[in-house]
Design a binder for this molecule. Structure first.
Ligand code: AMP
Length: 499
């Protein structure tokens, strides 16, 4: 039967002398050495009782060994469950209780909390630190460099990724081998990734973007990954000189633009800048082109679905849009109440179907049934509209929609107006409960400089650009917007702080 994902991503590289992960400190690891390392870790996993179908919960710092642990998990037929390193003991305890992993892997600094959790759920605890040390690796060198790969088919689970859970408890999205493989195959093709590429990797690897979009596509094509522990501008500029691709969140691009070193010369070997995970402001897209000559390619996806749409590699990469559905992915915009298809230009719920779409939420059949239709369409929770020529634009999350005095107001429409006001760096618009109107509108504004921006200017801009019911009642000046690890603005935090 083979092992669908392992056989495609890792097995072909067992004798490949190309560098897979290149690190700024000069510690490069070739594909062949990586595959051997992963096999050694696979032996450690089985020695610790891990069997096919078991979950391995990993809350470890970004390091080469964590990537090898991902490969080893697949090779033994287990399910990889990476967690945000920022999660607290209570949060990790919830995930462990829900997923009942056989093995927990975390850093020595968290060993006290993790051993309590491991004890609670009857799991074994091993440690892994950012320098690659820890009990997971202690006996690795003594293990054989090959491992008999466990059989796993298309529908078997490869990973369990918990959604960020901005409303209620996080849910574990069950990702099958075929969900992950089919999407990576499409992306490699769409973005023309080859073994000549050097991909700058500065994303976390506990999230679908850094883990699957970036690493799986590199593995599939044999590209070299320049593996940075985090987004550090000095390191990024040092590595840009001979890189060919960057996958980033919008904040990467605003930070690059704010740095005087960004110039056409420094990006002369680059062929592709990709952005996703949060909306890229049209003005960032445009400013980046003016500064570097490159059109950022914006794509759209989510944990449960992998990647859904992409702007074209060849052709018009349109600012403010996320492009067209990837091959094999069906996307429709429907009336959220009736489910009826809407015409281009009309805003509605985005639904998606394809091999990329997950198999459901771990042990949550009701939540699965509420979001995954019987006909296979997943209700994304994102609102958007198609243009006449098939480009999708995202308007925002449905739960962020403001209903004031019976009118639907899309925060993005107001943010777009505010962001063009001189002196505004960025804005976030949200609704708070109001006894009269149901909700009233608040705009959080981050001024460009300490000189600030006057409320009058902001009021004039919205009065000139928007119908009266869309005018924010209150403008709050903030130094920065609250964002999660992927650069998404946390509107729930804003609502909680200002209602
Ligand atoms: P996650 O599951 O953490 O990857 O978050 C997925 C959500 O991020 C989507 O449902 C969208 O709301 C948002 N998102 C991802 N990519 C984009 C994009 N290019 N533009 C706007 N929102 C995006």
């Amino acid at each position: 039967m083979g092992n669908l994902l392992y056989d495609q991503l890792f097995a072909p590289h067992s004798a490949n002398p190309t560098v897979f992960l290149s690190q700024p400190d000069g510690q490069d690891i070739t594909y062949a050495a990586f595959v051997a390392r992963a096999a050694q870790i696979a032996h450690v996993l089985t020695a610790n009782g891990v069997e096919p179908g078991d979950r391995i919960l990993v809350q470890a710092p970004k390091c080469v060994e964590m990537v090898a642990l991902y490969a080893a998990t697949l090779q033994v037929g287990a399910i990889f469950l990476p967690l945000n390193t920022a999660y607290t003991k209570d949060e990790v305890s919830y995930f462990a209780g829900d997923a009942t992993p056989k093995l927990l892997v975390g850093s020595d600094s968290a060993v006290e909390a993790l051993s309590e959790i491991a004890h609670e759920v009857g799991a074994t605890l091993l440690t892994l630190n950012s320098d690659g040390s820890g009990s997971l690796m202690a006996s690795v060198d003594a293990q054989p460099e090959t491992f008999p790969t466990a059989a796993r088919g298309a529908d078997d689970l490869a990973a369990l990724l918990y959604t960020s859970g901005t409303t209620g408890r996080s849910k574990g999205a069950m990702m099958s081998h075929d969900n992950l493989l089919s999407n990576s195959v499409s992306l490699v093709d769409e973005w023309r990734i080859t073994d000549a590429d050097r991909l700058l990797h500065a994303l976390p690897i506990f999230h679908t973007h850094g883990l699957f979009v970036a690493l799986n596509t590199a593995l599939l094509s044999g590209a070299t990954v320049v593996f940075l522990k985090n987004f550090d501008l000095d390191m990024l500029f040092a590595e840009l000189a001979d890189a060919t691709m960057l996958m980033g969140v919008p904040t990467f691009y605003t930070r690059l633009l704010a740095d005087h070193r960004l110039s056409p010369d420094i990006v002369s070997t680059m062929r592709l800048f990709i952005s996703g995970s949060a909306p890229l402001l049209a003005e960032t897209h445009i400013a980046f082109t003016e500064r570097t000559g490159h059109h950022i390619l914006e794509r759209y996806g989510m944990t449960e679905t992998n990647m859904i749409t992409s702007n074209p590699y060849d052709g018009d990469r349109r600012a403010g849009t996320v492009g067209a559905p990837l091959p094999g992915v069906e996307v429709k915009v429907v009336d959220p109440d009736t489910g009826a298809n809407l015409d281009p230009g009309e805003v509605g719920m985005i639904e998606v179907r394809g091999r990329n779409v997950f198999s459901g939420y771990w042990q949550m059949p009701e939540k699965t049934a509420a979001e995954l239709r019987e006909n296979g369409f997943f209700i994304t929770g994102d609102l958007g509209s198609f243009s006449d020529d098939g480009y999708l634009s995202i308007v925002g999350r449905a739960k962020d929609l403001i209903i004031t005095g019976g009118y639907n107001v899309y925060p993005k429409e107001i943010e777009d107006v505010l962001n063009t006001v001189d002196g505004v760096l960025e804005s976030a618009v949200f609704g708070v409960p109001d006894p009269d109107f149901g909700e009233t509108i608040i705009a959080a504004i981050v001024p460009e400089t300490t000189a600030g921006v006057s409320e009058d200017t902001l009021r004039t801009a919205v009065e000139n650009g928007l119908a009266r019911f869309k005018h924010p009642c209150v403008f709050k000046m903030l130094e920065a917007l609250p964002r999660n690890a992927m650069g998404k603005v946390e509107k729930k935090k804003l609502r909680d702080a200002h209602s």
